[in-house]
Design a protein. Structure first.
Length: 320
């Protein structure tokens, strides 16, 4: 893995200090952060722009509303509970079914109605929010994973992260849940990150913890050379988030639902840098190329076409 880091450094590895100073501070005005840090606000903005998002069933904003949850949830067999200001997937509760007054989690464990309500109360208290501030709980549609990506994952729903700089998609990966990550698409908890060729939408190498892999450790299915469905649509939706938020440097997380297609899950003003490892290439050259072109004021389709032409894996990947 150290040799891989060294090779990526030679291609322009973006480190956290430079990311913060040259891109986040420079291109992400602080007053715009609430647009992405508040998932409820992000969802409303995306809907107004005609972008697909998981349907919101309801929200709980104050403790006394918790007692109204039985009425709200009575019509739904499955749903997701999440904090509006959550970070790193913390506090997300996925309910896949019901058994009388019991709720079945994605891992098959049954919890009581009281346990569910207690979890919502914890969300309101700020237990999972950025900075520990009081929060809101969102109740929304549970994603039914696209069959292709579901076959590459263990339990949970995979998501696709696309880094967008000044409206140009510059790098992407798919995050695949594992047994170690408890079905969550979180690399720090043990999910797999597989790079995606911007030009073609096919997966490149995959990284799991500190290992380069070609097969999912739990399912045994291959994770290299997989064609991501709806690829052009994903790039267009991600690129359009620049107009949506005004943030110059952001990460767009999209899921593929088997019936509804691409749905924007959330936006991130401080996306991580492991995406470079998953793609075996540094971000810096791509970011600089965009900076040189940004003055041309391209339309969304033009920016996507530019990205596919210049950021494909064939010219920029590192070969062992």
């Amino acid at each position: 893995m150290f040799g891989l880091y060294k090779k990526i450094a030679q291609t322009g590895l973006l480190g956290i200090n430079r990311r913060n100073a040259d891109y986040i501070l420079t291109y992400n005005p602080r007053h715009l952060y609430p647009l992405v840090d508040d998932k409820l606000l992000t969802k409303r903005l995306a809907m107004e722009a005609g972008l697909g998002v998981p349907k919101l069933y309801g929200s709980v904003e104050i403790v006394r509303q918790v007692r109204d949850l039985p009425e709200l949830l009575a019509q739904y067999q499955d749903f997701v509970v999440k904090p509006a200001h959550g970070n790193g997937g913390e506090g997300i509760l996925i309910i896949t079914g019901r058994n009388k007054r019991l709720y079945r989690r994605h891992n098959g464990v049954l919890i009581t109605e009281e346990a569910l309500f207690h979890h919502v109360t914890n969300i309101l208290s700020g237990m999972y929010s950025l900075g520990g501030h009081p929060d809101k709980a969102l109740i929304e549609y549970r994603i039914q994973a696209d069959p292709l990506l579901e076959s590459l994952s263990y339990q949970g729903v995979p998501d696709i992260r696309i880094i967008v700089f000044l409206g140009f998609p510059v790098m992407s990966m798919v995050r695949l849940p594992t047994r170690m990550s408890n079905g969550k698409a979180n690399l720090h908890q043990g999910a797999i990150g597989a790079g995606i060729d911007i030009a073609t939408g096919t997966t490149l190498q995959a990284v799991w913890m500190n290992d380069i892999i070609t097969e999912h450790p739990d399912t045994g299915n291959g994770v290299f050379g997989v064609q991501i469905p709806y690829w052009d649509t994903l790039l267009y939706q991600a690129a359009s988030c620049y107009e949506l938020t005004g943030l110059g440097y952001q990460g767009i997380d999209i899921v593929l639902d088997r019936e509804k297609g691409p749905l924007i899950l959330e936006l991130n003003a401080r996306p991580g840098l492991n995406i470079q490892i998953a793609n075996k290439v540094g971000l810096l050259p791509r970011l600089r190329r965009v900076e040189a072109e940004a003055h041309k004021k391209m339309e969304i389709k033009e920016r996507v076409a530019f990205a596919k032409m210049h950021f494909g894996a064939t010219e920029h990947s590192i070969h062992h």
